[in-house]
Design a protein around this ligand. Structure first.
Ligand code: GLN
Length: 308
C-alpha cells in the first residue's frame, strides 16, 4: 500500500487545504526572542526509510527546535548510562503541562518522564556528570546523527530564555533540594537553555531522527546510534509523553510517536517506514503547533499509515 502513495501530491494537497483555514493559536512569546518569528511560516518534510525526501512550504527554513532536543539528550544519556538512568527519571505520562512543578514534591524529585522540563533537566545533569563539555558533546552528537556539521545553537535564544526562565530556575533548584540534581543548578540550566536552542530545518529534523525509524541505521561515524531495544523504548516514551498533557490526543488523532517544541516544530515517525517533521509557530493552548498537529492528523488519515 505504502509504495503506491504519491507522497508529494498528498502533502501538497493537505498543505493547501490547511493554509486556507485560519492560522489559529499563539506564538511562544514567553521567550522574547521566539516572538520575533513570522507566525505564518509553515513547512513539512517527509523522509522515507529508503531515503526519499519530500517537502512543502518552508521546509528548508531553520527554527528553534526547543523541546524536540530533549529526545537527543535522552538518547545520549541512555547510550551512556543504559537502564541505570531510570532510577532518576520515570517513563509515565505526567498529564501536566511541560513546565509544571506540581508532582515533583510528591514524587520525591523524580520527574515523571524525560520530556517534561523537570525530566529533561535531570537528563542534562546526567550529561554534565558524564561528559567533559556537555554543550560540545550534545552538538557533536546532533551533528553526527544528522550527518550535518552545520547544525548550531542560537546563543541569542538561549540568552533570551535565561533572562526570563524563572519557572525553569525554580524547577531545577527544587529538584536539587530534593536530591536529584548532582551539579550546580546554574550549570544545569545553562546547558538546558542551550540544548533547547539548537536550530534545524524540517529537512534536517527528519534526517536526525532516522535512527528511531530504521533498526539498521548506522551513523556517519560507522556506529549504531543506540541498540534496537533502546530505540524501541524511546519511541514508546515519545508515543506516551511526547506532547505533555496532549499526548493522548496526539496518539488518538495522529497515531505516531512524536515530539513537539514551543518553537512550533513537531517530529513524528512510523518505525520502519518514515520520519515526518512539521513546523508552524502558532501553538495551541497545550503548547503544541496547531497547524503541525492538523497536518499530521490529516496525513496519517489520508495515507492510512500510522502505527495503529
Ligand atoms: N525551552 C523551553 C522551556 O523550557 C522548552 C519547552 C518546550 O519546547 N515545550 O520552556
Amino acid at each position: 500500500m505504502s509504495e503506491k502513495i504519491e507522497y508529494q501530491s498528498v502533502m501538497n494537497k493537505l498543505f493547501g487545504r490547511i493554509c486556507k483555514d485560519e492560522n489559529k493559536g499563539q506564538i511562544a512569546d514567553y521567550i522574547p526572542e521566539l516572538s520575533k518569528v513570522d507566525p505564518n511560516l509553515f513547512g513539512v518534510c517527509l523522509r522515507t526509510i529508503d531515503g526519499r525526501v519530500y517537502g512543502v512550504g518552508d521546509w528548508n527554513e531553520k527554527f528553534s527546535i526547543q523541546s524536540i532536543s530533549k529526545v537527543l539528550a535522552l538518547s545520549m544519556a541512555y547510550k551512556i548510562l543504559g537502564d541505570e538512568m531510570w532510577c532518576r527519571v520515570g517513563v509515565e505520562p505526567s498529564g501536566t503541562p511541560f513546565n509544571s512543578l506540581l508532582q515533583l514534591e510528591a514524587d520525591n524529585g523524580i520527574p515523571r518522564n524525560p520530556f517534561i522540563n523537570a525530566g529533561a533537566m535531570v537528563v542534562c545533569d546526567m550529561l554534565i556528570s558524564n561528559t567533559e563539555n556537555p554543550v560540545e558533546a550534545f552538538l557533536s552528537f546532533a551533528r553526527t546523527v544528522c550527518a550535518n556539521p552545520n547544525l548550531n545553537i542560537s546563543e541569542k535564544i538561549a540568552e533570551s530564555e535565561k533572562l526570563v526562565g524563572f519557572r525553569n530556575k525554580a524547577l531545577c533548584n527544587f529538584i536539587k533540594s530534593l536530591g536529584n540534581i548532582e551539579n550546580d543548578p546554574e550549570e544545569v540550566l545553562n546547558f538546558y537553555f542551550k540544548m533547547c536552542s539548537i536550530e534545524m530545518t524540517c529537512k534536517e529534523l527528519t534526517a536526525t531522527f532516522m535512527y528511531l525509524v530504521d533498526d539498521n541505521y548506522i551513523g556517519e561515524d560507522g556506529q549504531r546510534v543506540m541498540t534496537m531495544s533502546q530505540a524501541k523504548r524511546i519511541n514508546a516514551i515519545m508515543l506516551t509523553c511526547g506532547f505533555y498533557d496532549e499526548s493522548g490526543e496526539f496518539s488518538f488523532k495522529v497515531g505516531l510517536p512524536g515530539k513537539s517544541g514551543v518553537g512550533g516544530g513537531i517530529v513524528a515517525l512510523l518505525p520502519d517506514k518514515y520520519c515526518i517533521a512539521a513546523w508552524s509557530p502558532r501553538l495551541n493552548e497545550k503548547g503544541n503547533s496547531s497547524r503541525g498537529m492538523k497536518f499530521l492528523e490529516a496525513f496519517t488519515t489520508e495515507t492510512q499509515m500510522s502505527i495503529f
